[in-house]
Design a protein around this ligand. Structure first.
Ligand SMILES: Cc1cc2nc3c(=O)[nH]c(=O)nc-3n(C[C@H](O)[C@H](O)[C@H](O)COP(=O)(O)OP(=O)(O)OC[C@H]3O[C@@H](n4cnc5c(N)ncnc54)[C@H](O)[C@@H]3O)c2cc1C
Length: 365
């Protein structure tokens, strides 16, 4: 029997699913371009190589087997032979997915033209609801070209904390595409956005101070805000997929890998004779560990640089990737726990327990 499936949205999750439509021969898929959606802006998705991401690795704009986490006191270099870090352009991935979707007969229509069939199932990829006081990962980035070679092209800088920490945990993310080209992003974790000029002058000062670069050409600009933590779905009556289905990893904002895994698991379940459904791709324990980490970063962001640097020094490159990709076992988790500064984590656990107690007392009252 054939099933009609409508997916609201035409972003990463909706198109990544549409690209796999030929693996769902019993389903007719339609993507609905939602009313009121902002114009899509290009940016890169960073991700570690994984078996679900072979197509994305082939289309990647850059691949790095080495990456660094830098604080004013320490520069930690990590590496992996089998699980490098990659960056893919959103436009390259969506074009790839669109062409596969088209050849499988997936329809992509405007919401005005959508007439829901009585027996169709709907999934929603519109963004989840962001609660007040939500902790946000917000950033502005520039792709630049310098006149002289200055970047170490074989090392991606995941976090360089040698920038102003007054507005929350703040770091530079630098992906060198060559010795003269890089994406340089100023990224902050906090509840308040900063003025655009703050991120841009951070980038300028950083390049001048650490690379001796005063002049550069800007080839592309990108910015974004990723809400972190537990988020309510866009519409409680429609099951979610992608960020709206809990795919964003709360402590890192990474979602690209988890969206692909969410889709692959759903296809596996269909092949095993089950209905098409999408589940949260994260393990409960990872979500809990992330929530404690976010409590620390929200209340004591000054510990952020040391916390990530310490994790990088404790884990091997492969272990670090496994932890961030949700593939850590007990040994890696214990190493992470023991690498963390104890006082802020104990304070975070106490604060969470106290907040929960206050909430349950309020409910009883
Ligand atoms: C700039 C940026 C950089 C990111 N970088 C990374 C990264 O490096 N690595 C990583 O793993 N993750 C990254 N993420 C997080 C995550 O991968 C992306 O947010 C990803 O696009 C989520 O896919 P999605 O399909 O759930 O949402 P989207 O791709 O955002 O699609 C959402 C759909 O909802 C529609 N929509 C949006 N707003 C509205 C609205 N108000 N009303 C109606 N419809 C709406 C859109 O048009 C689209 O159709 C990044 C996110 C952003 C914003």
């Amino acid at each position: 029997m054939s099933h009609d499936i409508a997916v609201i949205g035409n972003g990463c999750a909706a198109l990544s699913l549409a690209a796999k439509a030929e693996q769902l021969p019993d389903y007719h898929l339609t993507l609905i371009k939602p009313n009121g959606a902002p114009k899509s802006k290009d940016h890169v998705w960073g991700f570690w190589s994984d078996e679900t991401l072979e197509d994305a690795v082939k289309l990647a704009k850059g691949t790095w087997h080495q990456w660094a986490i830098i604080t004013p006191k320490k520069r930690t270099i990590m590496s992996s032979t089998s699980m490098p870090y990659n960056a893919i352009k959103r436009s390259d991935w969506t074009a790839h997915c669109q062409s596969l979707a088209q050849s499988s007969g997936v329809r992509i229509i405007d919401q005005e033209d959508w007439q829901m069939e009585d027996n169709s199932t709907v999934f929603d990829t519109r963004p989840p609801v962001v609660p007040d006081e939500c902790i946000l990962q917000h950033f502005h980035g520039l792709e630049i070209k310098t006149k002289t070679p200055v970047f170490e092209a074989d090392t991606a800088i995941l976090m360089d904390f040698r920038v102003d920490q007054s507005k929350g945990m703040h770091f530079i993310y630098l992906l060198p595409y060559s010795t003269t080209e890089a994406l340089v992003e100023s990224t902050i974790f906090s509840t308040e956005l900063a003025d655009e000029q703050f991120y841009l002058s951070t980038i300028d000062n950083y390049l001048a101070k650490y690379y001796d670069v005063e002049e550069y050409d800007i080839t592309h600009r990108e910015n974004g805000v990723i809400p972190l933590g537990k988020l309510a779905p866009h519409d409680v009556n429609i099951p979610g997929l992608g960020a709206n289905g809990g795919a964003t990893r709360p402590a890192s904002g990474y979602a690209f890998l988890f969206i692909q895994r969410q889709i692959s698991s759903a296809i596996k379940r269909v092949n095993a004779g089950k209905e098409l459904t999408f589940s949260n791709p994260h393990k409960r324990l990872d979500l809990w560990m992330d929530s404690v980490l976010l409590t620390v970063l929200r209340h004591w962001p000054q510990h952020g640089p040391n916390l990530f640097s310490s994790m990088a020094r404790t884990l091997t490159g492969d272990q670090f990737v496994k932890f961030l990709s949700g593939d850590a076992g007990w040994w890696i988790r214990l190493k992470v726990i023991f690498s963390m500064p104890k006082i802020p984590f104990l304070k975070a656990l106490t604060k969470r327990a106290f907040t929960r107690k206050k909430v349950s007392t309020a409910v009883v009252a």
